[in-house]
Write a protein that binds this ligand. Structure first.
Ligand SMILES: C[S@@+](CC[C@H](N)C(=O)[O-])C[C@H]1O[C@@H](n2cnc3c(N)ncnc32)[C@H](O)[C@@H]1O
Length: 286
């Protein structure tokens, strides 16, 4: 069952409408305070204001996560220290993942080392968090497998089904030649988001993306049988998401349920003025 909801809303305003402890996984790729142009000034706040805003959406989203659930948050080296320290006061930190964007070596600054990574924090609500390594193991290539034929390795599960991807993910950022690329300054590769979805949410579980951009999380959920609820401020990006959903559902030959809420009037279009597809949105006040 592939189901999703898309809201063209400010997440910080909309978050109160989500039921507490209804979400299996949050994948948050918020503005970074680097001055990127998302058509709404959201990445252009002064640092203090940005950190205050970050803390307020984090505090608002945590109660929405199930006790077995988790949260991935994308950050940059400039602000990850403050954000991770804040999150550690409210959740358990499991990993800092370094996403090496495989930026080609082409000059750049001579005053410091070029920055080519994102800092991704993985946090959970309790020690009983959901985590399934098997779907994201990386298979050994035949040569390495052959080299590990010593008797102590024979029959080892890890040798058969692959190894742990570890916490440095070397996956190319998107270029124009990549077919998944859309017109957005900071779109994330499906490969990165799918690893989070597959390892950290159960099949059929509900994933929340508060800052959906081009809808990479929504597509990852469609492709991997998870439900998804997504928020995006920019209506043009919402249009990209709608198209991506259509393409993904057609390609995968999956049933397409036209459950995307009309972008200009999303709240009014919900069942009885509220409820939503998963019933985790509380009815809107009339
Ligand atoms: C880093 S981008 C997300 C990119 C996305 N992960 C992808 O792969 O396309 C952040 C997005 O958050 C959106 N945004 C900023 N503030 C928001 C808010 N308060 N509520 C909802 N969306 C917001 C921006 O318009 C931008 O598209």
């Amino acid at each position: 069952m592939m189901e999703y909801e898309l809201y063209n809303e400010d997440f910080l305003v909309a978050v109160n409408g989500i039921e507490d402890e209804s979400i299996d996984l949050v994948i948050a790729d918020p503005p970074y305070c680097l001055g990127k142009d998302y058509g709404n000034g959201s990445d252009k706040k002064p640092p203090d204001e940005f950190l205050q805003w970050t803390e307020s959406w984090i505090l608002a989203v945590i109660p929405k996560i199930k006790k077995s659930g988790g949260l991935y948050i994308f950050a940059t080296w400039q602000f990850s220290p403050e954000i991770f320290v804040f999150l550690k006061k409210h959740m358990i930190m499991i990993n800092e993942i370094i996403w090496d964007r495989r930026v080609p070596s082409m000059g750049g600054t001579t005053r410091k080392f070029n920055s080519v990574h994102d800092n991704i924090g993985f946090f959970v609500r309790s020690k009983k968090y959901f985590f399934d390594l098997d779907p994201v193991r990386i298979p050994y290539d035949p040569e390495t497998k052959k080299a590990r034929t010593r008797s102590i390795f024979v029959g080892k599960k890890w040798l058969e089904i692959g190894y742990n991807p570890k916490d440095v993910w070397s996956i190319s950022r998107l270029h124009r030649i990549h077919s998944e690329r859309e017109d957005h300054p900071t779109q994330k590769p499906l490969e990165v988001i799918e690893r989070m979805v597959k390892s950290s949410s159960p099949k059929g579980g509900l994933v929340l993306d508060p800052f959906a951009g081009t809808g990479t999380t929504v597509e990852a959920c469609i492709r991997n049988s998870r439900k998804c609820i997504a928020y995006e401020l920019n209506s043009e990006y919402c249009e990209i998401i709608r198209n991506r959903i259509k393409k993904a559902t057609t390609q995968a030959e999956l049933p397409f349920r036209e459950q995307i809420i009309p972008l200009d009037h999303c709240s009014a279009a919900l069942d009885g003025g509220g409820g939503g597809l998963f019933g985790v949105r509380k009815p809107d006040k009339q």
